[in-house]
Design a protein around this ligand. Sequence first.
Ligand SMILES: Nc1ncnc2c1ncn2[C@@H]1O[C@H](COP(=O)(O)OP(=O)(O)OP(=O)(O)O)[C@@H](O)[C@H]1O
Ligand SMILES: [Mg+2]
Length: 230
Amino acid sequence: MQFRVESLDQHYGSAQVLRGVTFDIAPGECLSVLGRNGAGKTTLLKCIAGVLRPSQGAIMMNDVDITSWAPHRRSRAGLAYVPQGREIFSELTVGENIEAAARAHGSLRDGTIDEIVALFPVLREMWRRSGGALSGGQQQQLAIARALVTKPQLLLLDEPTEGIQPNLVEAIRLVIEGLKTRISVLLVEQYLDFAMSISDSYVILARGAIVDSGRGDAMSRDALSRHISI
Ligand SMILES: Nc1ncnc2c1ncn2[C@@H]1O[C@H](COP(=O)(O)OP(=O)(O)OP(=O)(O)O)[C@@H](O)[C@H]1O
Ligand SMILES: [Mg+2]
């Protein structure tokens, strides 16, 4: 999917939180959005997912303006959102979490679930456990798997490594790396090494505005550390 955000503004009351945010994501590429706490990263993802309606600007999927679309319509059109803090259903089992998402997208019985769960073997082991019984890292894997069974063309990930033990960070990194080229990924991340290892391009947000951007291979710790606390 060719994806574009154009001149996006967002306000909470009188406070402006996004200022003229513009970027493109080419099909099959991973864009990282970097920035300090409070820079506006989550607000940006909520606008893209349709949870918030931006005060100004446009969101385009394959040249179609989706700015006024409800979240479920965006989701059917190929957008999947993994919120910060995961937001899985902790009362439902792992299997129920995944099957509910697949059912809503007509991919319950077409082999998609097996394909996605194969990426996260721990989810098969924990299939009948309640979501709330999983560790933070396992919940993050569940949240990503639940997004992937909807067969997205663009995956939005909000700080997938936050509070996760290193071996699971690597497992998640490998999955994203394996997905890239087939789907596009928008990764919000404060863990620079993680972002640098999988990004084709990046933007840095500071107080809601893009203050730096470039191709992934041009990301350097020195340049980034001016804008981001490491
Ligand atoms: N619902 C809200 N009402 C009012 N202000 C909000 C609301 N949500 C966020 N903000 C403010 O908007 C700004 C951007 O917040 P946002 O959550 O988008 O930042 P972030 O870059 O995702 O930060 P973090 O790295 O801590 O997740 C912050 O100043 C925050 O306090
Ligand atoms: Mg955030």
